[in-house]
Design a protein around this ligand. Structure first.
Ligand code: GLV
Length: 329
């Protein structure tokens, strides 16, 4: 069958797909241009796509033969699942395999912004490190502080586990509260959003982007945070009102932020890059050799299953297409 792969994947994964199917690749490290995408997807039965590809009703209209969409990401806000379900197209993501890499990066951002790693590195390179001095280049400690986790899925839980090693008190807020014994086991305390924001020294976001989480952190929420607190976002940019964040960082109504994602990615809100109390990364939460290989393989396996009409292991809409009775198909 004909397959389109819109990103550069490890050789091993490309050959796995190539052994069984006619695969067309877009291997440049830049997103496929829309017109080219529309052209390329027209005769394909399988699509292995990236978060930078917008898969909407209009694109699907140009892909009448599509039998499966395998997104190489855990987040799938780039895909109109309803439009795919309506056409009977299963959609999959890659959960689980990027949990640790993303949780590690959330911690890296906490440490980087609170301990001023980027500023320190730049200054040292520029020859600014002349003497050790007792009150020189002071940051704030991560160890022993209070961490507020917003969204307690796999990644949120992995961040909470890491926080134990830093002897942090961990608060969480999520749509559904865990059972008390689970909270005890993970050493987590549930808080409503306002009390989490007003108590935490670090607020780390781990929610998917949905209409409900768009601008979850805006002016009002930023105002609830402490002046000494840091905001960490490794989820999706539009979860934060970036203009409001720039204002809060400029006025120092919060101490700083560590961002891996942006509202209009890859563009940055004016003012953001001029600030020295923010660490900015290029959406690299899952960007390790190990994790990206696992994600590519997982996406390929989902694709291969869908091409032969089987339920992809990580299918997001199988029940919407087939109804609950087909759950184990
Ligand atoms: C990356 O952002 C992902 O959703 O996997």
């Amino acid at each position: 069958m004909n397959v389109l792969v819109t990103g550069n994947l490890p050789e091993k994964v490309l050959s796995l797909l190539g052994e069984m199917h006619a695969v067309e690749f877009h291997t440049e490290d830049r997103p496929l241009e829309r017109s080219r995408f529309v052209e390329m997807v027209g005769d394909k039965e399988g699509l292995l796509c990236m978060i930078t590809d917008r898969i909407d009703d209009d694109l699907l209209q140009h892909a009448p033969r599509l039998r499966v969409i395998a997104n190489m990401a855990v987040g799938y806000d780039n895909i109109d699942i309803e439009a795919a379900s309506k056409r009977g197209i299963p959609v999959s993501n890659t959960p689980g395999v990027l949990t640790d890499a993303t949780a590690d990066l959330a911690f890296a951002l906490m440490l980087a912004v609170a301990r001023r790693l980027v500023e320190g590195d730049l200054m040292t390179r520029e020859g600014g490190f002349r003497f050790w001095a007792p009150m020189y280049f002071l940051g704030h400690e991560v160890s022993g502080k209070t961490l507020g986790i917003v969204g307690l899925g796999r990644i949120g839980k992995a961040v909470a586990r890491r926080a134990r090693g830093f002897e942090m008190e961990v608060l969480y807020h999520s749509r559904t509260r865990m059972a008390p014994e689970q909270e005890r086991e993970l050493e987590l305390s549930y808080r409503d959003m306002e009390s989490l924001l007003s108590r935490a020294d670090f607020v780390s976001l781990h929610v998917p982007l949905t209409p409900d989480t768009h601008h979850l952190i805006g002016e009002k929420e930023l105002a609830m945070m402490r002046e000494s607190a840091y905001l960490i976002n490794t989820s999706r940019g539009p979860v934060v009102d970036e203009k409001a964040l720039v204002r809060a960082l400029e006025k120092r109504t919060i101490a700083g932020a560590g961002l891996d994602v942006y509202e209009e990615e890859p563009a940055l809100t004016p003012g953001l890059k001029e600030l020295n109390n923010v660490v900015l990364l290029p959406h690299m939460g899952s960007a390790t050799v190990e994790t990206r290989s696992r994600m590519a393989l997982r996406a390929a396996e989902n694709l291969l299953a869908g091409l032969v009409g089987k339920r992809p292991a990580d299918c997001l809409n199988w029940d919407d297409i087939h109804g609950n009775s087909d759950r184990r198909a």
